[in-house]
Ligand binder design. Structure first.
Ligand code: ADP
Ligand code: GLC
Length: 490
């Protein structure tokens, strides 16, 4: 099949979160199964043009009352040596829209004022690109609000001629971000005003891009079965639960996988010594390296709790670090443990982490983004904490399972689908879970893990191995997506 992934992020070119990992890994797995998969994304400013191949001739993209002109570059996803298949990546280059720092925004302007124009332009350019290449996909697979207009454009206007047989799949990676803008931007899409309501844009007199995508796409997916159910409820649907209930028959949850070429303790080049489930001695070395790196007392006997996260409400940071009622302070005061945290995001939270690092001897946070440190934390920690308010899939808990680092998680979304709770009586399980998102439950569950570390060490060691034996391959997910694509193509 011919599949075009339309996305605002893909590793290793541009990433703010798991979306980037998911799109690239899924594309590679589909290609490995023998399909013609290509990716199209914007060429952001930091992506060096010199490393890309320029495709001859400018691309005209109809928008608003006129036309914008773009250049198209081509590259491929990096693949491990010896791999036969390749995934071409096309990058749409437009100085005015993408020649700046930031994918969606910058700290002083988290959501660029012209985002509706930038991503409307980009979503339209996708069709022009196919025409230019003379390559017409069976499936347009769009991801999250930035490319939500792709299924809308396909349904309303583009599904003619060579696109007559094309279908669309739209995947929600996070329903908390919807791309809601003043309706004055609507004419820029070049769609008829009749469609403002009927195509699902209308949202309290504003324009909701995600909602239109959900109304117009042929099939909808999200990244775990539990999140698919949760998003149909008012507690998790961010006001779009009704839309999803109405499309229930076309909506499914497909769990993400782990790219074991990138996240594998037996080949990881970021950690001092590799290890696997038959010999965990490299993990102990990673632990002391992590303690040293983070300025924590080097002590093999004290449990290290790791976190790698965007610092936003979604991740439960209010309950964990909130200055007046968060639980991190008391956890560190009351328990013999250490915290090693890597994250960036909301300013208050970054400041709180700095302050806790300065006041507590057993708490260290690094503010920023570091691929290397994220691998170090996965490998060197004893437990990995994710108290998410909601979690569509979550990749880090799967990485930590693969690294023999039992996760401590809230039972929600993909966390509920990938972690099995510890059963003290039998020693079963792969992690520690709680239900209520309160400082108290986080405190208690971290306490439970720490208690097990000191008192049920053999159980914890068995949990490590059990987690490392799990096999969340992308191939399984890719086959599920294929089944969906094939249904549409028929
Ligand atoms: P989300 O996409 O909601 O942020 P996921 O768990 O799906 O959550 O994916 C997060 C991804 O981003 C993981 O690959 C994680 O390692 C990475 N990540 C998040 N914050 C950082 C950071 N500060 N430094 C390095 N990697 C990070
Ligand atoms: C989103 C979600 C995360 C998921 C990722 C990849 O960023 O927050 O849970 O793993 O997308 O699908």
């Amino acid at each position: 099949m011919k599949i075009l992934m339309t996305t605002s992020e893909a590793v290793p070119f541009a990433k703010t979160g798991g979306l980037a990992d998911a799109v690239s890994a899924l594309s590679l797995s589909l290609a490995a199964l023998g399909h013609d998969v290509r990716i199209v994304m914007p060429r952001y400013y930091p992506i060096d043009r010199a490393k890309l191949e320029l495709i001859e001739g400018p691309l005209g993209v109809p928008v608003g009352w006129g036309e914008e002109w773009a250049a198209i570059y081509r590259t491929t996803l990096p693949v491990p040596a010896g791999t036969e298949h390749e995934v071409p990546v096309y990058m749409v280059d437009h100085e005015n829209f993408f020649g700046r720092d930031g994918i969606y925004g910058i700290p002083s302007e988290p959501d660029f004022a012209d985002n509706p124009r930038r991503f409307s332009f980009f979503s339209r350019s996708v069709f022009q690109l196919c025409r230019k290449l003379g390559w017409y996909p069976d499936i347009f697979h769009a991801h999250d609000w930035p490319t939500a207009l792709v299924p809308v454009f396909l349904k309303h206007g583009e599904r003619t001629g060579p696109f007559g047989k094309s279908s669309s799949v739209f995947t929600i990676h996070n329903i908390g971000y919807q791309g809601v803008y003043a309706k004055e931007f609507f004419p820029y899409t070049k769609l008829d005003w009749d469609l403002f309501r009927s195509a699902g844009f209308e949202d309290w007199d504003r324009m909701n891009l995600l909602k239109a995508g959900l109304v117009c796409a042929d099939k909808l997916t999200t990244v775990s079965p539990t999140y698919a159910e949760e998003t149909k409820t008012s507690a998790y649907g961010f006001r779009l639960d009704g839309v999803l209930r109405a499309r229930e028959g076309d909506y499914a949850g497909i769990l993400n996988g782990v790219d074991f070429d990138l996240w594998n303790p037996s080949t990881d080049t970021y950690i001092p010594v590799c290890y696997d489930r038959n010999d965990l001695s490299g993990k102990a070395i990673a632990k002391s390296a992590l303690q040293k790196e983070f300025g924590l007392p080097v002590d093999p006997d004290v449990p290290v709790i790791g976190m790698v996260t965007r610092l936003t409400e979604q991740k439960g940071v209010g309950e964990l670090f909130g200055p007046s009622y968060g639980s991190a302070w008391s956890i560190c005061q009351d328990m013999a443990l250490q915290f090693a945290i890597l994250g960036s995001g909301e300013r208050w939270c970054e400041n709180e982490l700095r302050s806790l690092s300065a006041r507590l001897p057993n708490f260290r946070a690094t503010i920023g983004y570091s691929e290397r440190l994220s691998h170090m934390i996965e490998a060197g920690s004893d437990f990995f904490l994710m108290p998410s308010r909601y979690e569509p899939c979550g990749l880090n808990q799967m990485y930590s399972l693969a690294y023999g680092t039992p996760p401590i998680v809230r039972r929600t979304g993909g966390l509920a689908d990938t972690v099995e709770n510890y059963v003290q009586e039998t020693g079963e399980g792969t992690g520690f879970m709680f239900d209520e998102l309160t400082p108290r439950s986080i405190y208690d569950t971290v306490g439970w893990a720490v208690w097990a570390y000191y008192n049920k060490r053999e159980d914890v060691e068995a949990m490590r191995i059990r987690g490392m034996e799990l096999d969340f391959t992308w191939e399984t997910s890719a086959r599920r997506y294929l089944a969906l694509y094939e249904k549409l193509a028929r």
